[in-house]
Design a protein around this ligand. Structure first.
Ligand SMILES: Nc1nc2c(ncn2[C@@H]2O[C@H](COP(=O)(O)OP(=O)(O)OP(=O)(O)O)[C@@H](O)[C@H]2O)c(=O)[nH]1
Ligand SMILES: [Mg+2]
Length: 313
């Protein structure tokens, strides 16, 4: 990666942003020195995660939040992470992203990104893309991700604030617990509140959050919106900013950033050690031991010990 690329990122050249993000998405060989430089020019964009079940209205809401930020004179970068898609090649997934209003606006950059089926890698990539967008000078980076599994938990660790979007059909207490979204939200939004059951869900959710919020932690607020009618959005936006300033004054944002930093180092080391460990030779050995397994009954523990011991030879 040359210094020209860095300059272009810094000067908010969207084509360069797109190219570099594609490289990250496709596991391109980007040298560490590049990220080092990106980090030094990184401004501290606020990172917001929006997660929730498929079709809950995440993109519709994101679109409206973009407008609120623009009206406030802020610039926004959006990454729509699609864990179900192997990769997107940088194309806007028209029907998933629904954010085509800003194509010509320098203050808004929108990308979707797939995972290659590797959710762990997705969290790392999301962080890296966040850094790039931050370096381009965006004030806010929004990461939209579908809440269907482990992926959103990782993404939640990559942001300053996680907004969980639910719909009236999201169900009762037990279903909400099972979905695993309760513990990751800093703020909850019941979208499609034009539908029946929105008030009931809000009550259920509030009492759950009241019960489960640990002492000394902030109890996440609950808001109702109808994104496709632009209802409740201004209130939500104000509440979001209010929550952020409370989080900032209580030192929660700084703590999250420090945790994020620690986690990234941890994950990078894990990735690198694994990459270093699995040489073609060891992969061959593993294959051989698997073939032998049928006849020799070697336990996986034993095979692992043998391979690990060889690592020390
Ligand atoms: N009734 C109703 N429909 C809505 C509302 N908000 C969004 N929708 C509709 O719900 C559908 C899905 O909206 P999206 O914004 O694409 O939802 P999403 O969560 O981004 O979807 P995925 O990214 O595919 O998971 C669209 O047809 C929207 O028009 C709402 O408040 N009420
Ligand atoms: Mg979407």
């Amino acid at each position: 990666m040359d210094s020209d690329t860095l300059d272009r990122i810094r000067s908010n050249d969207h084509r360069t942003l797109s190219r570099v993000i594609s490289q990250i998405e496709n596991d391109g060989d980007i040298p560490d020195s590049f990220f080092k430089d990106v980090h030094t020019i990184e401004n501290q964009a606020l990172r917001i995660g929006i997660t929730g079940p498929p079709g809950a209205g995440k993109s519709t809401l994101t679109n409206l939040l973009i407008q609120q930020y623009i009206d406030d004179g802020k610039s926004v970068g959006v990454v729509a992470v699609d864990p179900t898609s192997p990769f997107t090649g940088g194309a806007l997934l028209g029907d998933r992203v629904r954010m085509n209003n800003y194509i010509w606006d320098d203050n808004v950059f929108i990308r979707s990104m797939g995972s290659h089926g590797d959710l762990g890698g997705l969290a790392r990539k999301t962080q890296d893309v966040g850094d790039i967008l931050s370096a381009s000078g965006k004030d806010v980076v929004i990461i939209e991700t579908v809440g269907v599994g482990q992926g959103e938990h990782d993404v939640a660790k990559a942001v300053d604030l996680t907004l969980v979007l639910l719909v009236p059909e999201s169900g009762d207490e037990i279903q909400l617990m099972k979905a695993g979204l309760i513990e990751i939200g800093d703020m909850f939004v019941i979208n499609k509140s034009d539908r029946e059951g929105a008030g009931r869900l809000a009550q259920t959710l509030k009492s759950m959050l009241h019960t489960f919020t640990k002492k000394g932690k902030l109890e996440p607020p609950v808001y109702n919106t109808s994104a496709d009618r632009n209802e409740g959005i201004a209130d939500l936006y104000n509440a979001l900013n209010e929550l952020l300033s409370v989080m900032e004054s209580k030192g929660i944002l700084i703590q999250k950033q420090l945790d994020r930093h620690r986690n990234r180092v941890y994950n990078l080391i894990q990735d690198r050690l694994l990459k270093k460990f699995w040489t073609p030779e060891r992969l061959d050995q593993l294959e051989i031991s698997i073939n032998n397994l049928e006849t020799t009954q070697t336990s996986p523990h034993e095979v692992a010990s043998i391979l690990l011991n060889k690592a020390h030879e």
